[in-house]
Design a protein around this ligand. Structure first.
Ligand SMILES: NC(=O)c1ccc[n+]([C@@H]2O[C@H](COP(=O)([O-])OP(=O)(O)OC[C@H]3O[C@@H](n4cnc5c(N)ncnc54)[C@H](O)[C@@H]3O)[C@@H](O)[C@H]2O)c1
Length: 326
């Protein structure tokens, strides 16, 4: 491999701009190819990086001579990019949630496993010291209960986020970070039950998602979680996750997952969330591609699929009004 890892971007929207910035701090990476269904978007990003624009994911993976691709697409747009990376045998980083269609996700996960392809999913909070300190504690003192989620204000007009058939809804698209941390701490989920609030947000174009939802998850370790999302809380948003084990309380707050850990009989300790977490997760992936050592990657494609299957099940539960087994 050349000195630098040659990266291709599939998708040149908002999160692609974040990874562009993040990768600019990773000296071993260079972005050499970009594709987007909007040629304008791809072109605009290419002008900043000197990358070449390709018409499709398939032409990029075949012709650009890249070592890895970053799949930076909205939930509904997955499929062709993963197929192209799999066919070319190219390691890929993919943003969360990894897709919308359980059948397709299971198929790709099986193919990734069969071919032993290197992958990484954008659950960046798994790289935080706060989250990993808690993970170390619950490894010997299991997590029992969690309560948390993402509460935000009423959205405006958006090309896909507010449309459930494109985003999967807020719980799937956004609260997936909280679902993933719960899975990281509790282990696998076995059952999901969801209820939603509707009819409060009015007059938003193409709005088919819930105003708020509350999802109960049972885990194989015997623990339970109640995780929520809201897109109708206009007096101020909140991102939080409270977890407890027998002798510890863990209180995560805000986007950077600052944590306060209280052990029975001891003074609490606080661990701040680190800035620049996208650079941290990107550097781990680039290093893995360069060295072949994937031990630093905290969320593989198959693992990311398991997180998505929880929120896909919560959508099934919303439709049927019944608990869904996983
Ligand atoms: N990790 C995080 O914290 C984080 C933050 C923001 C977004 N995201 C995730 O990133 C994903 C993309 O979000 P975004 O904010 O960049 O969306 P966006 O709408 O800003 O950009 C998406 C881009 O993909 C392009 N696109 C759509 N379909 C395509 C296709 N089939 N092939 C190629 N390009 C296509 C669009 O033209 C657009 O440029 C979402 O899944 C979102 O959840 C993750």
């Amino acid at each position: 491999m050349a000195e630098k890892v040659r990266v291709g971007f599939i998708g040149a929207g908002g999160i692609a701009r974040s990874h562009l910035e993040a990768l600019s701090k990773v000296p071993d990476a260079e972005i050499v190819a970009i594709t987007d269904v909007s040629r304008e978007a791809a072109q605009a990003m290419a002008e900043k990086t000197g990358a070449t624009v390709y018409d499709t994911a398939a032409s990029l993976t075949k012709d650009a001579g890249v070592d890895a691709v970053f799949i930076l697409l909205p939930p509904f747009a997955h499929g062709e990019a993963e197929k192209a990376a799999l066919e070319a045998g190219l390691p890929f980083f993919v943003e969360k949630p990894v897709g919308l269609d359980a059948g397709q996700l299971n198929e790709f996960a099986a193919e990734v496993e069969r071919t032993n392809l290197m992958t990484s999913v954008g659950y960046m909070n798994r790289y935080r010291e706060s989250v990993n300190r808690v993970k170390d504690i619950v490894a010997t003192e299991p997590a029992i209960l969690a309560f948390g989620g993402w509460w935000g204000g009423s959205p405006g007009d958006h090309p896909w986020w507010t449309n459930r058939s494109k985003s999967g809804g807020q719980f799937h698209e956004q609260a997936t970070h909280t679902v993933d941390i719960a899975r990281y701490l509790f282990g696998e989920a076995v059952e999901v039950y969801a209820a939603a609030a509707n009819g409060f947000n009015k007059g938003i174009p193409n709005y088919t998602m819930d105003d708020a939802a509350s999802v109960t998850i049972r885990f194989a370790n015997g623990g339970v979680a109640n995780l929520m999302c809201s897109a109708s809380s206009n007096a101020g948003g909140s991102l939080f996750l409270d977890v407890h084990s027998l002798n510890h309380n863990f209180h995560f707050t805000e986007w950077d997952h600052h944590v306060r850990i209280k052990e029975k009989g001891a003074d609490p300790i606080e661990i701040k969330g680190e800035p620049g977490i996208f650079s941290v997760e990107d550097a781990v992936f680039i290093q893995a591609v360069k060295s072949g050592d994937r031990s630093g990657i905290r969320s593989t494609y198959s693992d990311g699929v398991k997180t998505s299957l929880i929120s896909i099940a919560s959508n099934v539960s919303l439709e049927t009004g019944k608990p869904v087994s996983l």
